[in-house]
Design a protein around this ligand. Structure first.
Ligand code: 5GP
Length: 215
């Protein structure tokens, strides 16, 4: 992807969270529960060329597009990041991301390590979180539990999961998803702590601070 200029987020913009995990670590369920608890947080809907799984809704879980359309979007510079995983491509549209953040809404991207890397370059203030499964056997069990993929696909996903895991040290936060409620609480705590950072609070609470400091 061509290098694009980095630009800092301002305090009036929403926060940008990036969540990655090996497939099967429970990321999607955790993120769904987090979003339910926190209306100030919204989820970016990615574009993908992968086939729709049963139960997935176009425009809600992904924007499902064909390869030609995806390539066209790359050529137009429409993506803030994109990655190819196996035969499929995934990308985050820059326009909707900016619109959400400029509107002051906090946004969460559920993307892989390749995308997280690109986002970090473009948004140095993005907060990145890596979800760690309790063990490889738990991971495989969860992948099989879905019951939607063949042994071959599961084998490929396990290999990819191990590769994804190897990028754990590029992230700001690590959350172990051993017990769901604990992991969900940890995610919520990260979001809250980031909202309470001094520069954000200074913008939000400037009148209060000024009235006390000027007294
Ligand atoms: P799945 O096909 O199981 O929905 O997702 C496969 C992988 O693609 C997951 O690791 C998921 O986080 C990642 N992914 C989903 N959307 C995006 C995106 O917009 N960009 C990148 N880089 N990865 C994505």
């Amino acid at each position: 992807m061509p290098a694009a200029p980095a630009f800092p987020l301002t305090a009036s913009q929403g926060l940008l969270f990036v969540v990655s995990a090996p497939s099967g670590a429970g990321k999607t369920s955790l993120v769904a529960a987090l979003l339910k608890r926190d209306p100030a947080l919204s989820l970016s809907v990615s574009y993908t060329t992968r086939a729709r799984r049963s139960g997935e809704i176009d425009g809600k879980h992904y924007h499902f597009v064909d390869h030609q359309r995806f390539e066209q979007m790359i050529a137009e510079g429409a993506f803030i990041e994109y990655a190819r995983v196996f035969d499929n491509a995934y990308g985050t549209a820059e326009s909707s991301l900016r619109e959400t953040l400029d509107g002051g809404q906090d946004l969460l991207l559920e993307i892989d390590w390749q995308g997280a890397r690109q986002v970090r370059e473009r948004f140095p203030q993005a907060v990145s979180i890596f979800i760690v499964p309790p063990s490889l056997s738990a991971l495989e069990e969860r992948l099989r539990g879905r019951g939607q993929d063949s042994d071959e696909v599961i084998g490929e996903r396990m290999a990819k999961a191990c590769h994804e895991l190897s990028h754990w040290d590029e992230y700001d936060y690590l959350v172990v998803n051993d017990r769901f409620e604990q992991a969900l609480g940890d995610l919520g705590a990260i979001v809250k702590a980031e909202r309470l950072r001094r520069p954000r609070q200074a913008a939000r609470e400037q009148d209060r601070l000024r009235s006390m400091l000027d007294a």
